[in-house]
Design a protein around this ligand. Sequence first.
Ligand SMILES: [Fe+2]
Ligand SMILES: [Fe+2]
Length: 333
Amino acid sequence: MYTQAMDTTAAGEAPKARRSAEEMQLQERFDARIDAGDFIEAKDWMPEHYRKTLVRQISQHAHSEIVGMLPEGNWISRAPTLKRKAILLAKVQDEGGHGLYLYAAAETLGTSRDQLFDALHTGRAKYSSIFNYPTLSWADMGTIGWLVDGAAIMNQVPICRCSYAPYARAMIRICREESFHQRQGFEALLTMMTKGTAAQKAMVQDAVNRWWWPSIMMFGPPDDESPNSAQSMRWGIKRVSNDELRQRFIDATVDQAKLLGVTLPDPDLKWNEARQSHDFGVIDWSEFKRVIAGDGPCNRERLAARVKAWNDGAWVRDAATAHANKQTMKEAA
Ligand SMILES: [Fe+2]
Ligand SMILES: [Fe+2]
């Protein structure tokens, strides 16, 4: 799903102080290509800082996809109908696929998948903070689709034009699938709100109350507190700022909430005629920082689940490696 706060961990490595004439020429050519809106391919020369920024962002994105399978996977066995179960299964499976495309894109930059997983499992790598919140009711499945996948689409559509081509290509397919995720979530909520009992409607409102603020935090810290954003914009990795994306998401979501008949839990949310946008209340960034730092409601549980899955799968990796070695030896013979 979900890039968020991909530039919050500030890796700001300083560019090398001394460069050879050849390197400077390569840098100039690279800058000119970026300025011209060209795409950079894996085999092309790129500055080390650009490469590292991309590895960090793409791998955090990949981790977010596969950690994002956990809160919803929790509800597959409890879906209310066969149709809802099939939809949820397909969605969770899509997220696994998104993780795989993105790990593959990160690998084109010269970092192995083992290294990427190791960073996740040892807690060095971040993933989207939204997945550290618990899924308490069936209405959370619809709400995640509507708000979390909705925020993910808003965030990810501009990445389809990211200057690094393998990432941009992966994002095109991912965005198409995210669109299905958002629609199925909205439709599940609309069904509950139009055909459901009073208790089911209350369940939807409760889920929206819990997911609204974490969803708008998904766009990352305000622009003036997002130190890596300017460089990422300069490189064409990021195309639209955090605050601009957040505003677009809020403006799009208010009408959808009206259609559903739910209230968004922000008393300060109102239309501003002069700005032609919605004003909204103050975001509790201390909560965001706490969750990113590892102290959200489910951080430990999520990481433990990923580490367990990795350890449980060791025999599969060993068997696949043994088989591959055997094939290589056969072919050599
Ligand atoms: Fe999704
Ligand atoms: Fe996804």
